[in-house]
Each structure stands twice: as structure tokens, then as C-alpha cells.
Design a protein around this ligand. Structure first.
Ligand code: PLP
Length: 382
């Protein structure tokens, strides 16, 4: 009965969505006042901001100097599609999938590109066996399966001396983990995710080997303008200096810059990683003290610190989907936590975004509300 007492305190920021994610602490629209609105993005002020967004990204993410960083259209999806359509087909392809985003890339590679790719799968909560992967092929994978909360536990699982390219969708991992750049040839992510930026724009990071592939291989397929990274066999270098393929939102650019400056102000990547770890740890400690909830990740080493996915294990629950949805609805209605329902294709449960823009105090304030909502829904079910 004790758990049915509604907690007195709500999170200061009850936004726990896994994308678009919570804005950084202290964010306010005033911070965007300097955006060069109504000006061409190709005029000096706009170009300078786009170039700064690239350089700050390099600094915060500690991207090597010989890797290119480009701002591209259509968010993370756009960046991944550009890479898949531009690069694949030169050698064998393996796609690794352990939840719905990985499955989406597998479907693209096999059904749309029509490539004879090996697809290695693991069920929700698990990860594929990297020792079986042929890194002589190009390997496409998602660093963090956002919808299962399972991520690659260790960059050493990828050989540094591989022959193929690694194409990594890191949208819910970038800014929360130290990505092993020497193991990654293409890295993509979106602004709307781990720094709480806005939708619409994606980042494409290319290793020298990825550039070499682009300049030496012409894919046997038409490429729409929005995907084209080369012209007459040479990389379009301007894309990686902020000369975007088409028109970006300078308001979103300003917002991304504000987020990057915040990231620097708290201590850069190590601090971002630590903030996310502390958030995930708060959830893990809480879950460890309850016999009715557990992390979806079967192996704690693979449990993501950003998209923390939980499932309810109480045998009294009659309809897992309806129950989890009701808990999420109650948390939303109470103003204790928004957008906490697990992804539509994932096992029923809750998904708590624990990236660095979320304050640990807010996670801690949310958890008693989950106790409350869980017991209230059990009672309602009875
Ligand atoms: C792993 C992963 N890949 C791709 C996407 C799609 O990102 P966007 O909507 O920014 O294109 C998401 C969004 O949640 C994601 O989590």
C-alpha cells in the first residue's frame, strides 16, 4: 500500500523521450537569438556557423583530424542512407541487427539495394556474436539499438586492421560513449538525439578509408542529388566544410551550437559519458531492489546508458502490452514522465532516456513515480 502513495516530488524536467531528447539543463529560446535568420546559409555569417558546428562536433566527440564531418539532410536516417547507397556493393556486406533500427537497415540493404548481404540477427535484449562477423566485408550496424537498450559493449570487438568498411549508426550512442574512431569508417547521428537538438539534420563522419572508397568506386545505381557525396569521382569537400547540399535551418544550427557549447561547459565528452552513466546507474540500482522489473538487456555489459529499456516481470500482469501502456499513460498524465512507453515494435515495457542532457536528480525523482504507477495499475487490473 505504501507504494500507492503518490510521491510528493516530480522531476523538474519530466521529458524522458528517446528522441527528440530532453533539451540540456538551462536551455531557453533566448540562447538562439544570434541565429542569422532570414539570411542565406551561404553568406558569411551562416557559413561561419555551419563550419563552427562541424569544428565543435570534432572537439566534443574527439574525432580524429583526418576524418571528414558533414552536415547532411534528413537527420540520422539521411546520413545512413547516403552512406549505404554511396558505398555498398564494392565487396561483400554484412548487416547486424538486434532491434528495429538495425532491421530497418537490413531491409534497405537487402530489399532496396538488392545486395546479397549476410544478415546476422539477435532477438531483443541480446546482441549478435561479433566473433562470427566477417570484417573482410563491409559491416553495417547500429552502435546502440535504441529500442532494446542494447549496445556494443567494447570497440575491440571490431578489428583495427579490417579490410571492409564499418558503417555505424551511432545516433543514440554519440555523446554518451567514447566511440573507437579507429574501428569506425562511417559514423552517423542526428542532432535531435543525445544533445537534445532539433530534428531534420544529420551528421556524417567519414574515415580516410571511407573517402577512398567513395573516390574509387562508382555504385551501379542512380543516386539522387540529396545522396551524392562525389562529383566526377572526387569527394565534394565543401559538404565537410559546411557547404550543405541543400538549405539547412539556421535556427536548428544555432540550437545545435548552443548544445555543443553546453557540452563543452560541463567538461566535454568524459563529462557527458559520466552524466549518462550516472543516470543509467540510478535506474539500475532502483531496479535491483525490485522483483517486478528488469533491464531488457540480458547481459549487463551490453546495457546502454542512454535508452534504458525495462520490462515488467510480475506474474500477476495479465496483458503485458496493455499494462505497460497504462503505466506509461499514468506517468504522462501525472506529469511525472513523458514518452516513456517502449517503442512500438519492442517488447512491452518502459524506456527511459538517460542521456547526458537529463539530470540525475530528475531520474531519481521519476523512479518513485514508476513504483506508484506500477502498483496503481496492478490494483486497477484487479
Ligand atoms: C538507432 C537509430 N537509428 C536511426 C534513427 C532515426 O533517426 P532520425 O529520426 O534522426 O533520422 C533513430 C531514432 O530514434 C535511432 O534510434
Amino acid at each position: 500500500m505504501e507504494d500507492l502513495v503518490r510521491p510528493a516530488v516530480r522531476p523538474t524536467n519530466p521529458n524522458f523521450s528517446s528522441g527528440p531528447c530532453a533539451k540540456f539543463p538551462g536551455f531557453q529560446l533566448d540562447l538562439l537569438q544570434g541565429a542569422p535568420l532570414g539570411r542565406s546559409h551561404r553568406a558569411a555569417p551562416g557559413k561561419a556557423r555551419l563550419a563552427e558546428a562541424i569544428e565543435l562536433t570534432r572537439e566534443v566527440l574527439e574525432v580524429p583530424h583526418d576524418y571528414r564531418i558533414g552536415i547532411v539532410p534528413a537527420s540520422d536516417t539521411g546520413a545512413v542512407e547516403m552512406a549505404l547507397w554511396s558505398l555498398l556493393g564494392a565487396r561483400g556486406v554484412e548487416v547486424l541487427a538486434w532491434e528495429s533500427f538495425g532491421e530497418g537497415w537490413a531491409a534497405d540493404v537487402v530489399e532496396q539495394l538488392g545486395l546479397d548481404a549476410a544478415v546476422r540477427r539477435a532477438p531483443y535484449g541480446e546482441i549478435v556474436d561479433f566473433s562470427q562477423v566477417d570484417f573482410g566485408s563491409d559491416v553495417v550496424f547500429t552502435w546502440n539499438g535504441t529500442t532494446s537498450g542494447v549496445w556494443v559493449p567494447d570497440g575491440d570487438l571490431i578489428p583495427a586492421d579490417r579490410e571492409g568498411l564499418t558503417i555505424c549508426d551511432a545516433t543514440s550512442a554519440a555523446f554518451a560513449v567514447e566511440l573507437p574512431w579507429d574501428r569506425l569508417d562511417v559514423v552517423t547521428f542526428s542532432w535531435q538525439k543525445a544533445l537534445g537538438g532539433e530534428g531534420g539534420h544529420g551528421m556524417l563522419v567519414l574515415s580516410p578509408r571511407a573517402v577512398e572508397r567513395l573516390e574509387s568506386y562508382t555504385p551501379p545505381r542512380p543516386l539522387p542529388k540529396i545522396f551524392r557525396l562525389t562529383q566526377r569521382g572526387r569527394l565534394i569537400e565543401g559538404i565537410f566544410r559546411g557547404e550543405t547540399i541543400n538549405t539547412p535551418s539556421m535556427l536548428c544550427v544555432e540550437d545545435y551550437l548552443a548544445a555543443l557549447r553546453w557540452a563543452q561547459s560541463v567538461g566535454g565528452l568524459p563529462a557527458l559519458v559520466a552524466r549518462s552513466q550516472a543516470n543509467a546507474q540510478a535506474v539500475a540500482d532502483w531496479a535491483a531492489g525490485r522483483d517486478w522489473v528488469t533491464n531488457l538487456a540480458a547481459d549487463p555489459a551490453t546495457a546502454s546508458t542512454t535508452s534504458v529499456c525495462l520490462r515488467f516481470t510480475d506474474p500477476r500482469i495479465r496483458d503485458a502490452d496493455a499494462f505497460a501502456a497504462a503505466v506509461a499513460r499514468r506517468l504522462d498524465r501525472e506529469g511525472a514522465g513523458h514518452d516513456l512507453g517502449s517503442y512500438r515494435d519492442a517488447p512491452a515495457g518502459l524506456r527511459i532516456w538517460c542521456g547526458s542532457t537529463v539530470e540525475t536528480a530528475d531520474v531519481q525523482a521519476l523512479l518513485p513515480w514508476i513504483d506508484y504507477a506500477f502498483h496503481a495499475e496492478l490494483a486497477a487490473q484487479a
